[in-house]
Design a protein around this ligand. Structure first.
Ligand SMILES: Cc1cc2nc3c(=O)[nH]c(=O)nc-3n(C[C@H](O)[C@H](O)[C@H](O)COP(=O)(O)O)c2cc1C
Length: 132
C-alpha cells in the first residue's frame, strides 16, 4: 500500500557506509523521477549520481544536516551516505522549478524506500546562488 511506503519513508541521517548502492539502483530511482509530473511537462531537471568514495566525500562536504539539532554535526565517517542523487534545476526556465524538484525528490525517496534503502532530502547546501 502506498501509505505504508510513505510511512516508511522517514528522513534517515545515519547510514551503513559499507552498504554499496550501485549506479543501476540510482538510475532506477531517477526513472521514477523522470516519469513524474513536471510543470508544463518541461522535464527540465537534471540528475547527478554519486556512489563512489571520492565524489561522495566531495558531496558530503557541501551538506548541512538537521540544523535544528545543534548538538549534532551530522553523520561521522562510516555512517555517511554511500550514495547521493543531486537534483538540479535550471533557475531561468520555469517559475515552478522548485515544485518540480520537490515532486522528483519525493519520487526518488519513495523508490529508495521500496528498494529497502533510506535517505534524506537535503536543501541546506553550501552553494553559491546564481542570480539571473
Ligand atoms: C524540501 C526539504 C528540505 C529538507 N532539507 C533538509 C536539510 O537540509 N537537512 C536535513 O537534515 N533535513 C532536511 N530535510 C528533512 C526534514 O527535516 C524532515 O523531512 C523532517 O524533519 C521530518 O522528518 P521525517 O521525514 O523523518 O518525518 C528536508 C526536507 C524537505 C522536504
Amino acid at each position: 500500500m502506498l501509505i505504508d511506503l510513505i510511512r516508511a519513508n522517514r528522513s534517515y541521517r545515519r547510514f551503513d557506509e559499507t552498504h554499496k548502492v550501485t549506479k543501476e539502483q540510482l538510475l532506477d530511482m531517477i526513472e521514477h523521477a523522470r516519469l513524474s509530473a513536471s510543470a508544463a511537462n518541461l522535464q527540465n531537471l537534471k540528475f547527478y549520481l554519486s556512489c563512489d568514495e571520492q565524489t561522495n566525500a566531495l558531496v558530503y562536504s557541501q551538506l548541512s544536516w538537521a540544523g535544528y539539532l545543534r548538538y549534532w554535526d551530522g553523520p561521522v565517517p562510516g555512517e555517511r551516505p554511500p550514495a547521493y542523487v543531486l537534483v538540479l534545476a535550471p533557475v531561468s526556465t520555469s517559475k515552478y522549478h522548485m515544485l518540480d524538484v520537490g515532486i522528483a525528490s519525493q519520487s526518488i525517496l519513495l523508490a529508495a524506500t521500496e528498494a529497502g534503502l533510506g535517505g534524506c532530502m537535503i536543501a541546506s547546501i553550501k552553494k553559491r546562488y546564481h542570480t539571473p
